[in-house]
Design a protein around this ligand. Structure first.
Ligand code: ATP
Ligand code: MG
Length: 488
Protein backbone atom coordinates (compact mmCIF):
# COMPACT_ATOMS: atom_id res chain seq x y z
CA UNK A 1 0.00 0.00 0.00
CA UNK A 2 1.44 3.36 -0.95
CA UNK A 3 -0.55 6.25 0.49
CA UNK A 4 1.64 8.75 -1.39
CA UNK A 5 -0.17 7.81 -4.58
CA UNK A 6 -3.89 8.47 -4.50
CA UNK A 7 -5.23 4.94 -5.15
CA UNK A 8 -8.24 6.01 -7.17
CA UNK A 9 -6.14 8.03 -9.63
CA UNK A 10 -3.24 5.57 -9.94
CA UNK A 11 -5.24 2.39 -10.25
CA UNK A 12 -8.41 3.10 -12.18
CA UNK A 13 -8.75 -0.63 -12.87
CA UNK A 14 -9.01 -1.46 -9.15
CA UNK A 15 -12.51 -2.42 -8.07
CA UNK A 16 -14.29 0.22 -6.03
CA UNK A 17 -13.89 -1.80 -2.85
CA UNK A 18 -10.06 -1.44 -2.85
CA UNK A 19 -10.43 2.30 -2.41
CA UNK A 20 -12.76 1.62 0.47
CA UNK A 21 -10.31 -0.76 2.12
CA UNK A 22 -7.51 1.83 1.94
CA UNK A 23 -9.68 4.51 3.51
CA UNK A 24 -10.63 2.06 6.23
CA UNK A 25 -6.98 1.17 6.80
CA UNK A 26 -6.04 4.83 7.10
CA UNK A 27 -8.86 5.42 9.54
CA UNK A 28 -8.04 2.42 11.71
CA UNK A 29 -4.34 3.26 11.77
CA UNK A 30 -5.22 6.76 12.89
CA UNK A 31 -7.39 5.32 15.67
CA UNK A 32 -4.69 2.85 16.62
CA UNK A 33 -2.05 5.58 16.93
CA UNK A 34 -4.42 7.77 18.89
CA UNK A 35 -4.96 4.93 21.36
CA UNK A 36 -1.49 3.42 21.64
CA UNK A 37 0.71 6.54 21.48
CA UNK A 38 1.01 8.42 24.75
CA UNK A 39 -0.45 11.41 23.01
CA UNK A 40 -1.43 12.65 19.58
CA UNK A 41 -2.40 16.00 18.16
CA UNK A 42 -3.46 17.32 14.77
CA UNK A 43 -2.57 20.79 13.52
CA UNK A 44 -3.98 22.57 10.47
CA UNK A 45 -2.19 24.45 7.71
CA UNK A 46 -2.30 27.62 9.83
CA UNK A 47 -0.48 25.88 12.67
CA UNK A 48 -3.66 25.80 14.77
CA UNK A 49 -4.26 22.79 16.97
CA UNK A 50 -7.53 21.22 15.80
CA UNK A 51 -7.64 18.03 17.82
CA UNK A 52 -5.87 16.18 20.66
CA UNK A 53 -6.22 12.58 21.77
CA UNK A 54 -7.48 11.54 25.19
CA UNK A 55 -3.90 10.61 26.16
CA UNK A 56 -2.54 14.02 25.22
CA UNK A 57 -4.62 15.72 27.89
CA UNK A 58 -2.24 14.50 30.61
CA UNK A 59 0.48 16.84 29.27
CA UNK A 60 -1.63 19.98 29.44
CA UNK A 61 -0.93 20.93 33.09
CA UNK A 62 2.82 20.67 32.56
CA UNK A 63 2.46 22.97 29.55
CA UNK A 64 0.68 25.48 31.78
CA UNK A 65 -2.73 24.97 30.17
CA UNK A 66 -5.80 24.27 32.30
CA UNK A 67 -8.28 22.78 29.87
CA UNK A 68 -8.61 21.32 26.42
CA UNK A 69 -10.60 24.41 25.40
CA UNK A 70 -7.60 26.63 26.26
CA UNK A 71 -5.35 24.48 24.06
CA UNK A 72 -7.29 23.55 20.90
CA UNK A 73 -7.47 26.48 18.49
CA UNK A 74 -4.14 27.98 19.63
CA UNK A 75 -1.13 28.17 17.33
CA UNK A 76 1.06 25.19 18.13
CA UNK A 77 4.30 27.18 18.53
CA UNK A 78 2.60 29.37 21.15
CA UNK A 79 1.66 26.53 23.46
CA UNK A 80 4.30 23.84 22.83
CA UNK A 81 7.79 25.31 23.25
CA UNK A 82 10.40 23.93 20.83
CA UNK A 83 7.85 22.15 18.65
CA UNK A 84 8.84 21.54 15.06
CA UNK A 85 5.30 20.82 13.79
CA UNK A 86 5.27 24.29 12.21
CA UNK A 87 8.41 23.38 10.31
CA UNK A 88 6.88 20.09 9.11
CA UNK A 89 3.93 22.03 7.71
CA UNK A 90 6.20 24.50 5.92
CA UNK A 91 8.58 21.93 4.43
CA UNK A 92 6.15 19.03 3.99
CA UNK A 93 8.90 16.69 5.28
CA UNK A 94 8.28 14.30 8.17
CA UNK A 95 10.52 14.06 11.23
CA UNK A 96 10.15 10.39 12.00
CA UNK A 97 11.95 10.31 15.35
CA UNK A 98 13.14 13.18 17.50
CA UNK A 99 13.67 14.15 21.10
CA UNK A 100 11.62 17.14 22.18
CA UNK A 101 12.57 18.91 25.38
CA UNK A 102 10.57 21.74 26.92
CA UNK A 103 9.13 22.74 30.30
CA UNK A 104 6.93 19.61 30.30
CA UNK A 105 9.92 17.25 30.08
CA UNK A 106 11.72 15.26 27.42
CA UNK A 107 9.72 13.21 24.93
CA UNK A 108 10.36 10.85 22.08
CA UNK A 109 8.19 12.27 19.29
CA UNK A 110 7.27 11.73 15.67
CA UNK A 111 5.88 14.40 13.32
CA UNK A 112 4.19 13.68 9.98
CA UNK A 113 2.70 16.04 7.40
CA UNK A 114 -0.92 15.53 6.29
CA UNK A 115 -1.76 15.97 2.60
CA UNK A 116 -4.94 16.19 0.61
CA UNK A 117 -5.69 14.13 -2.52
CA UNK A 118 -3.79 16.66 -4.64
CA UNK A 119 -0.70 16.27 -2.43
CA UNK A 120 -1.02 19.71 -0.81
CA UNK A 121 0.02 19.93 2.83
CA UNK A 122 -3.09 20.57 4.87
CA UNK A 123 -1.58 20.18 8.30
CA UNK A 124 0.46 17.82 10.46
CA UNK A 125 0.08 15.16 13.07
CA UNK A 126 2.31 14.95 16.12
CA UNK A 127 2.80 11.77 18.16
CA UNK A 128 4.27 11.48 21.62
CA UNK A 129 5.73 7.98 21.58
CA UNK A 130 7.36 8.00 24.95
CA UNK A 131 7.95 10.34 27.85
CA UNK A 132 11.11 10.30 29.96
CA UNK A 133 12.96 8.41 27.19
CA UNK A 134 16.18 8.94 29.15
CA UNK A 135 14.89 6.38 31.70
CA UNK A 136 12.70 4.23 29.45
CA UNK A 137 15.46 3.89 26.90
CA UNK A 138 18.11 3.47 29.55
CA UNK A 139 18.73 -0.27 28.95
CA UNK A 140 19.24 0.51 25.29
CA UNK A 141 21.55 3.42 26.03
CA UNK A 142 23.50 1.33 28.54
CA UNK A 143 23.89 -1.46 26.02
CA UNK A 144 24.94 1.01 23.35
CA UNK A 145 27.59 2.64 25.51
CA UNK A 146 28.86 -0.77 26.66
CA UNK A 147 29.26 -1.89 23.04
CA UNK A 148 30.90 1.42 22.24
CA UNK A 149 33.36 0.91 25.10
CA UNK A 150 34.10 -2.67 24.06
CA UNK A 151 34.78 -1.52 20.52
CA UNK A 152 37.19 1.13 21.74
CA UNK A 153 38.96 -1.42 23.97
CA UNK A 154 39.34 -3.85 21.08
CA UNK A 155 40.69 -1.10 18.85
CA UNK A 156 43.18 -0.08 21.52
CA UNK A 157 44.31 -3.68 22.03
CA UNK A 158 44.73 -4.18 18.32
CA UNK A 159 46.79 -1.01 18.07
CA UNK A 160 48.92 -2.14 21.02
CA UNK A 161 49.53 -5.52 19.39
CA UNK A 162 50.58 -3.87 16.21
CA UNK A 163 52.75 -1.40 18.01
CA UNK A 164 56.38 -2.47 17.71
CA UNK A 165 57.68 -4.44 20.65
CA UNK A 166 61.17 -3.07 20.44
CA UNK A 167 62.93 0.20 19.73
CA UNK A 168 66.52 0.67 18.62
CA UNK A 169 67.40 1.28 22.26
CA UNK A 170 66.22 -2.27 23.05
CA UNK A 171 69.16 -3.53 21.03
CA UNK A 172 71.56 -3.80 23.97
CA UNK A 173 75.25 -3.30 23.44
CA UNK A 174 77.88 -0.57 23.47
CA UNK A 175 80.69 -2.47 21.73
CA UNK A 176 81.88 -0.93 18.46
CA UNK A 177 80.11 -3.74 16.54
CA UNK A 178 76.79 -3.14 18.34
CA UNK A 179 77.04 0.65 17.95
CA UNK A 180 77.64 0.21 14.23
CA UNK A 181 74.51 -1.96 13.94
CA UNK A 182 72.44 0.69 15.71
CA UNK A 183 73.87 3.46 13.55
CA UNK A 184 72.95 1.56 10.40
CA UNK A 185 69.49 0.74 11.76
CA UNK A 186 68.79 4.43 12.42
CA UNK A 187 69.98 5.31 8.94
CA UNK A 188 67.81 2.77 7.12
CA UNK A 189 64.81 3.64 9.31
CA UNK A 190 64.80 7.04 7.63
CA UNK A 191 64.36 5.50 4.18
CA UNK A 192 61.66 3.44 2.50
CA UNK A 193 64.05 0.98 0.86
CA UNK A 194 64.20 -2.76 1.35
CA UNK A 195 66.44 -3.83 4.24
CA UNK A 196 68.23 -7.16 4.49
CA UNK A 197 69.25 -8.36 7.95
CA UNK A 198 72.00 -10.97 7.89
CA UNK A 199 73.40 -12.81 10.86
CA UNK A 200 73.66 -16.12 12.65
CA UNK A 201 70.78 -17.57 14.60
CA UNK A 202 69.90 -15.65 17.76
CA UNK A 203 71.84 -12.48 16.92
CA UNK A 204 68.77 -10.24 17.13
CA UNK A 205 67.50 -9.95 13.54
CA UNK A 206 63.84 -10.06 14.51
CA UNK A 207 64.37 -7.58 17.32
CA UNK A 208 66.13 -5.22 14.94
CA UNK A 209 63.37 -5.52 12.32
CA UNK A 210 60.80 -4.37 14.91
CA UNK A 211 63.15 -1.58 16.00
CA UNK A 212 63.67 -0.27 12.45
CA UNK A 213 59.92 -0.17 11.87
CA UNK A 214 59.42 1.63 15.19
CA UNK A 215 61.97 4.26 14.20
CA UNK A 216 60.53 4.74 10.71
CA UNK A 217 57.81 7.03 9.42
CA UNK A 218 55.57 3.95 9.24
CA UNK A 219 55.72 3.33 13.00
CA UNK A 220 52.03 4.06 13.51
CA UNK A 221 51.03 1.58 10.80
CA UNK A 222 51.08 -2.21 10.79
CA UNK A 223 54.14 -4.37 11.29
CA UNK A 224 53.33 -7.74 9.73
CA UNK A 225 55.55 -10.82 9.93
CA UNK A 226 55.73 -13.84 7.67
CA UNK A 227 58.04 -16.58 8.87
CA UNK A 228 58.69 -18.24 5.54
CA UNK A 229 60.23 -21.34 7.09
CA UNK A 230 57.10 -21.92 9.18
CA UNK A 231 54.54 -21.78 6.36
CA UNK A 232 54.07 -24.90 4.19
CA UNK A 233 55.31 -24.26 0.68
CA UNK A 234 51.88 -24.88 -0.85
CA UNK A 235 50.28 -22.17 1.28
CA UNK A 236 52.92 -19.50 0.92
CA UNK A 237 51.52 -17.86 -2.18
CA UNK A 238 48.08 -17.41 -0.61
CA UNK A 239 49.74 -16.18 2.57
CA UNK A 240 51.62 -13.51 0.64
CA UNK A 241 49.12 -12.39 -1.93
CA UNK A 242 45.73 -13.42 -0.56
CA UNK A 243 42.87 -15.31 -2.15
CA UNK A 244 40.05 -13.77 -4.20
CA UNK A 245 36.49 -14.50 -3.05
CA UNK A 246 35.17 -17.62 -4.72
CA UNK A 247 38.60 -18.83 -5.80
CA UNK A 248 38.11 -21.99 -3.76
CA UNK A 249 35.13 -23.78 -2.34
CA UNK A 250 34.93 -24.27 1.38
CA UNK A 251 36.57 -22.28 4.09
CA UNK A 252 38.27 -19.82 1.77
CA UNK A 253 35.12 -19.07 -0.20
CA UNK A 254 34.94 -15.56 1.22
CA UNK A 255 38.49 -14.79 0.18
CA UNK A 256 41.36 -13.77 2.39
CA UNK A 257 43.71 -10.82 2.49
CA UNK A 258 47.37 -11.53 1.93
CA UNK A 259 50.12 -10.31 4.21
CA UNK A 260 51.20 -7.72 1.65
CA UNK A 261 47.74 -6.19 1.79
CA UNK A 262 47.64 -6.36 5.59
CA UNK A 263 50.97 -4.53 5.71
CA UNK A 264 49.73 -1.78 3.37
CA UNK A 265 51.33 1.55 4.41
CA UNK A 266 53.33 -0.37 7.01
CA UNK A 267 56.22 -2.81 7.14
CA UNK A 268 56.31 -6.45 6.06
CA UNK A 269 58.96 -8.55 7.78
CA UNK A 270 59.97 -11.56 5.68
CA UNK A 271 61.76 -13.75 8.19
CA UNK A 272 63.90 -16.66 6.97
CA UNK A 273 63.89 -15.34 3.41
CA UNK A 274 66.54 -17.96 2.57
CA UNK A 275 63.83 -20.60 2.87
CA UNK A 276 61.77 -19.09 0.07
CA UNK A 277 60.97 -21.70 -2.62
CA UNK A 278 62.46 -20.81 -6.01
CA UNK A 279 59.17 -20.49 -7.95
CA UNK A 280 57.85 -17.97 -5.45
CA UNK A 281 61.07 -15.99 -5.50
CA UNK A 282 60.19 -14.75 -9.00
CA UNK A 283 56.74 -13.63 -7.86
CA UNK A 284 58.14 -11.90 -4.81
CA UNK A 285 60.64 -10.06 -6.96
CA UNK A 286 57.82 -8.81 -9.17
CA UNK A 287 55.85 -7.51 -6.18
CA UNK A 288 58.91 -5.76 -4.80
CA UNK A 289 59.48 -4.06 -8.11
CA UNK A 290 55.89 -3.20 -9.01
CA UNK A 291 54.33 -2.80 -5.54
CA UNK A 292 51.33 -4.63 -6.94
CA UNK A 293 49.83 -7.93 -5.81
CA UNK A 294 47.43 -10.27 -7.57
CA UNK A 295 45.35 -12.39 -5.17
CA UNK A 296 45.07 -16.07 -6.11
CA UNK A 297 42.11 -16.72 -8.38
CA UNK A 298 41.60 -13.09 -9.31
CA UNK A 299 42.78 -11.36 -12.44
CA UNK A 300 42.98 -7.99 -10.80
CA UNK A 301 46.12 -6.42 -9.42
CA UNK A 302 45.96 -4.33 -6.27
CA UNK A 303 48.41 -1.58 -5.47
CA UNK A 304 50.18 -1.81 -2.16
CA UNK A 305 52.60 0.49 -0.38
CA UNK A 306 54.80 -1.79 1.69
CA UNK A 307 58.32 -1.44 3.10
CA UNK A 308 59.99 -4.85 3.22
CA UNK A 309 62.54 -5.97 5.79
CA UNK A 310 63.95 -9.44 5.08
CA UNK A 311 66.13 -11.56 7.35
CA UNK A 312 68.03 -14.79 7.12
CA UNK A 313 70.78 -16.68 8.89
CA UNK A 314 71.59 -18.55 5.71
CA UNK A 315 74.45 -17.79 3.36
CA UNK A 316 72.50 -16.16 0.53
CA UNK A 317 75.57 -15.59 -1.64
CA UNK A 318 76.43 -19.29 -1.40
CA UNK A 319 72.84 -20.17 -2.22
CA UNK A 320 72.93 -17.93 -5.29
CA UNK A 321 76.09 -19.76 -6.36
CA UNK A 322 74.32 -23.11 -5.99
CA UNK A 323 71.25 -21.90 -7.90
CA UNK A 324 69.07 -22.10 -4.79
CA UNK A 325 68.41 -18.39 -4.59
CA UNK A 326 67.71 -16.09 -7.52
CA UNK A 327 70.51 -13.60 -8.08
CA UNK A 328 68.08 -10.87 -9.18
CA UNK A 329 66.06 -11.21 -5.99
CA UNK A 330 69.24 -11.21 -3.94
CA UNK A 331 70.34 -7.91 -5.45
CA UNK A 332 66.84 -6.44 -5.04
CA UNK A 333 66.92 -7.33 -1.32
CA UNK A 334 70.52 -6.37 -0.80
CA UNK A 335 69.89 -2.61 -1.16
CA UNK A 336 70.57 -1.87 2.50
CA UNK A 337 72.17 -4.87 4.18
CA UNK A 338 72.91 -4.92 7.90
CA UNK A 339 75.13 -7.68 9.22
CA UNK A 340 74.55 -8.56 12.87
CA UNK A 341 77.67 -9.57 14.78
CA UNK A 342 77.96 -12.86 16.60
CA UNK A 343 77.94 -12.62 20.37
CA UNK A 344 81.43 -14.14 20.44
CA UNK A 345 82.59 -11.13 18.43
CA UNK A 346 81.24 -8.63 20.96
CA UNK A 347 81.91 -10.23 24.30
CA UNK A 348 82.27 -6.73 25.79
CA UNK A 349 78.45 -6.62 25.60
CA UNK A 350 78.04 -9.86 27.53
CA UNK A 351 77.54 -8.24 30.91
CA UNK A 352 75.01 -5.53 29.90
CA UNK A 353 73.21 -8.14 27.77
CA UNK A 354 73.01 -10.61 30.65
CA UNK A 355 71.78 -7.86 32.92
CA UNK A 356 69.07 -6.74 30.48
CA UNK A 357 68.00 -10.33 29.84
CA UNK A 358 67.80 -11.13 33.58
CA UNK A 359 65.69 -8.01 33.98
CA UNK A 360 63.34 -9.15 31.24
CA UNK A 361 63.20 -12.70 32.65
CA UNK A 362 62.26 -11.35 36.09
CA UNK A 363 59.57 -9.12 34.61
CA UNK A 364 58.01 -11.92 32.59
CA UNK A 365 58.20 -14.65 35.23
CA UNK A 366 57.24 -12.48 38.19
CA UNK A 367 60.31 -13.79 40.04
CA UNK A 368 62.74 -11.38 41.70
CA UNK A 369 65.62 -9.98 39.68
CA UNK A 370 68.68 -12.20 39.88
CA UNK A 371 72.30 -11.28 39.34
CA UNK A 372 75.44 -13.19 38.40
CA UNK A 373 78.51 -13.88 40.51
CA UNK A 374 81.85 -12.99 39.01
CA UNK A 375 82.73 -16.65 38.50
CA UNK A 376 79.47 -17.05 36.58
CA UNK A 377 80.40 -14.08 34.37
CA UNK A 378 83.82 -15.61 33.81
CA UNK A 379 82.28 -18.90 32.76
CA UNK A 380 79.94 -17.10 30.34
CA UNK A 381 82.88 -15.22 28.82
CA UNK A 382 84.67 -18.50 28.07
CA UNK A 383 81.74 -19.99 26.19
CA UNK A 384 81.64 -19.99 22.37
CA UNK A 385 77.94 -18.91 22.05
CA UNK A 386 77.00 -20.64 18.80
CA UNK A 387 73.36 -19.84 19.61
CA UNK A 388 74.26 -16.20 20.34
CA UNK A 389 71.90 -14.06 22.41
CA UNK A 390 69.04 -16.53 22.25
CA UNK A 391 71.33 -19.14 23.78
CA UNK A 392 72.42 -16.67 26.45
CA UNK A 393 68.80 -15.95 27.22
CA UNK A 394 67.95 -19.66 27.54
CA UNK A 395 70.91 -20.33 29.83
CA UNK A 396 69.98 -17.43 32.11
CA UNK A 397 66.29 -18.29 32.08
CA UNK A 398 66.91 -21.90 33.05
CA UNK A 399 69.34 -20.90 35.81
CA UNK A 400 66.94 -18.29 37.19
CA UNK A 401 64.10 -20.80 37.33
CA UNK A 402 66.16 -23.66 38.73
CA UNK A 403 67.09 -22.03 42.00
CA UNK A 404 65.56 -19.74 44.59
CA UNK A 405 68.94 -18.08 45.14
CA UNK A 406 69.04 -14.42 44.14
CA UNK A 407 72.61 -14.69 42.93
CA UNK A 408 73.41 -17.12 40.15
CA UNK A 409 76.75 -18.85 40.42
CA UNK A 410 78.73 -20.78 37.84
CA UNK A 411 77.26 -24.07 39.08
CA UNK A 412 73.76 -22.89 38.12
CA UNK A 413 74.70 -22.35 34.52
CA UNK A 414 74.13 -25.28 32.20
CA UNK A 415 76.33 -24.44 29.24
CA UNK A 416 76.22 -26.92 26.43
CA UNK A 417 79.51 -27.82 24.83
CA UNK A 418 79.94 -25.41 21.94
CA UNK A 419 78.97 -26.95 18.63
CA UNK A 420 75.84 -28.76 19.79
CA UNK A 421 73.93 -25.81 21.21
CA UNK A 422 71.40 -25.67 18.42
CA UNK A 423 70.16 -28.32 16.02
CA UNK A 424 73.33 -29.86 14.69
CA UNK A 425 74.09 -29.27 11.04
CA UNK A 426 75.47 -32.33 9.20
CA UNK A 427 79.00 -31.04 9.61
CA UNK A 428 78.49 -30.92 13.33
CA UNK A 429 77.52 -34.58 13.73
CA UNK A 430 81.16 -35.60 13.79
CA UNK A 431 81.79 -33.11 16.58
CA UNK A 432 78.98 -34.70 18.52
CA UNK A 433 80.74 -38.04 18.46
CA UNK A 434 83.41 -36.50 20.66
CA UNK A 435 80.84 -35.64 23.30
CA UNK A 436 79.96 -39.30 23.99
CA UNK A 437 80.15 -39.89 27.72
CA UNK A 438 79.32 -42.62 30.22
CA UNK A 439 75.67 -43.65 30.11
CA UNK A 440 74.78 -42.65 33.72
CA UNK A 441 76.17 -39.18 33.07
CA UNK A 442 74.31 -38.89 29.77
CA UNK A 443 71.07 -40.01 31.45
CA UNK A 444 71.57 -37.55 34.30
CA UNK A 445 72.15 -34.71 31.86
CA UNK A 446 69.08 -35.66 29.86
CA UNK A 447 67.00 -35.76 33.04
CA UNK A 448 68.26 -32.37 34.05
CA UNK A 449 67.46 -30.90 30.68
CA UNK A 450 63.92 -32.31 30.82
CA UNK A 451 63.45 -30.77 34.27
CA UNK A 452 64.75 -27.41 33.09
CA UNK A 453 62.43 -27.48 30.07
CA UNK A 454 59.48 -28.32 32.32
CA UNK A 455 60.37 -25.49 34.69
CA UNK A 456 60.69 -23.06 31.81
CA UNK A 457 57.34 -24.24 30.44
CA UNK A 458 55.61 -23.74 33.79
CA UNK A 459 57.30 -20.46 34.61
CA UNK A 460 59.18 -22.02 37.53
CA UNK A 461 56.14 -23.67 39.14
CA UNK A 462 57.68 -26.85 40.59
CA UNK A 463 54.38 -28.58 41.36
CA UNK A 464 53.17 -28.09 37.79
CA UNK A 465 56.57 -29.08 36.41
CA UNK A 466 56.51 -32.37 38.41
CA UNK A 467 53.06 -33.08 37.04
CA UNK A 468 54.28 -32.44 33.47
CA UNK A 469 57.19 -34.79 34.01
CA UNK A 470 55.03 -37.49 35.58
CA UNK A 471 57.09 -37.60 38.78
CA UNK A 472 56.26 -36.71 42.37
CA UNK A 473 57.08 -33.33 43.78
CA UNK A 474 59.47 -34.99 46.24
CA UNK A 475 61.39 -36.65 43.41
CA UNK A 476 61.64 -33.32 41.60
CA UNK A 477 62.99 -31.56 44.69
CA UNK A 478 65.42 -34.40 45.23
CA UNK A 479 66.73 -34.13 41.69
CA UNK A 480 66.87 -30.36 41.87
CA UNK A 481 68.82 -30.58 45.13
CA UNK A 482 71.31 -32.83 43.41
CA UNK A 483 71.59 -30.34 40.54
CA UNK A 484 71.96 -27.40 42.88
CA UNK A 485 74.88 -28.90 44.76
CA UNK A 486 76.38 -30.82 41.87
CA UNK A 487 79.39 -29.58 40.01
CA UNK A 488 78.65 -27.57 36.80
N1 ATP B 1 70.99 -6.77 21.11
C1 ATP B 1 70.08 -7.40 21.84
N2 ATP B 1 69.68 -6.88 23.01
C2 ATP B 1 68.80 -7.52 23.77
N3 ATP B 1 68.22 -8.68 23.45
C3 ATP B 1 68.54 -9.23 22.28
C4 ATP B 1 69.48 -8.62 21.42
N4 ATP B 1 69.62 -9.38 20.34
C5 ATP B 1 68.81 -10.44 20.53
N5 ATP B 1 68.17 -10.35 21.69
C6 ATP B 1 67.23 -11.34 22.24
O1 ATP B 1 67.70 -12.62 21.83
C7 ATP B 1 66.64 -13.44 21.36
C8 ATP B 1 66.85 -13.81 19.91
O2 ATP B 1 66.73 -12.66 19.09
P1 ATP B 1 66.01 -12.71 17.68
O3 ATP B 1 64.82 -13.59 17.73
O4 ATP B 1 65.81 -11.32 17.23
O5 ATP B 1 67.17 -13.42 16.84
P2 ATP B 1 67.20 -13.83 15.30
O6 ATP B 1 68.43 -13.25 14.73
O7 ATP B 1 65.93 -13.49 14.64
O8 ATP B 1 67.39 -15.40 15.41
P3 ATP B 1 66.96 -16.56 14.35
O9 ATP B 1 67.79 -16.39 13.13
O10 ATP B 1 67.29 -17.83 15.06
O11 ATP B 1 65.51 -16.38 14.11
C9 ATP B 1 65.39 -12.65 21.59
O12 ATP B 1 64.86 -13.02 22.85
C10 ATP B 1 65.86 -11.21 21.62
O13 ATP B 1 65.01 -10.43 22.40
MG1 MG C 1 64.45 -14.74 13.82
Amino acid sequence: MSPAVPPSAASPALPQSADGVLKLAAQSMFDLFAQTAMGMLVVNRDHQIVWISEGYKRFLPALGVHSEADFVGRRVEEVIPNTLLNQVIETGRPIMVDLLTNKAGTFLVSRLPLRDDAGQVIGAVGLVLMDHPESTMQPLMVKFSRLQRELEDAQRQLAAQRRPKYTIASFIGASPAALEVKRQARRVAGTDSTVLLLGDTGTGKELLAHAIHAASARAARAFVTVNIAAVPETLLEAEFFGVAPGAYTGADRKGREGKFKLADHGTLFLDEIGDMPLPLQAKLLRVLQEQEVEPLGSNRVERVDVRVIAATSRDLVGMVGQGLFRADLYYRLHVLPIRLPRLADRLADLEPLADALLDDIARRSGLPHKSLTSDAMELLAQHGWPGNIRELRNVLEQAALMTDDLVLAARHLALQPSGVASAPAPAEVAAEAQTIRPLPQAVAELELRAIRDALVATGGNKVAAAKLLGISRATLYEKLGAADTGAP
